[in-house]
Design a protein around this ligand. Structure first.
Ligand code: NI
Length: 136
């Protein structure tokens, strides 16, 4: 059930907020505010090493010596944290791997850091999610 409350803020901050809402195509201020608050709660869960969910994405050159092997090996080391992995052959050289993870925040962060540190990984990102306890 949605509850209403009143928010007061300075003119200039509200103008910035409305610009932000337009840029991100939110339907209204309430929706934008809910999303910002959810993101802050997720951040807090990660900082407090709670049970979290997330998505790691990696782009790497599969010709790089042993890299494919190392990416697979690491995922086996963290198999309790991995929900699923999707591999996409982007072009002749590059692979995109998307890994859905869950577990204690520090474990998930550890896997992401280890993957990022492999030589030959061109880009990597971790998007933080939540198991959802506080979000509904
Ligand atoms: Ni591939």
């Amino acid at each position: 059930m949605l509850k209403r409350f009143t928010v007061s803020m300075e003119d200039s901050l509200l103008t910035d907020f409305d610009d932000f809402i337009q840029e991100r195509h939110y339907q209204n201020r309430s929706e934008a505010l809910r999303d910002l608050i959810r993101n802050k709660i997720i951040e807090k869960e990660w900082q407090a090493d709670k049970d979290v969910m997330g998505v790691i994405s990696l782009v790497y050159d599969h010709h790089h010596p042993k890299l494919q092997e190392k990416v697979t090996e690491l995922q086996h080391d963290f198999h309790h944290q991995i929900v699923s992995t999707t591999h996409v052959h982007m072009d002749h050289n590059n692979c995109l791997e998307v890994i859905i993870v869950r577990g204690k925040a520090h474990q998930v962060q550890g896997l992401a850091d280890n993957l990022r540190a492999l030589r030959g990984v061109r880009s990597s990102s971790l998007s933080m999610g939540s198991t959802g306890e506080n979000l509904h």
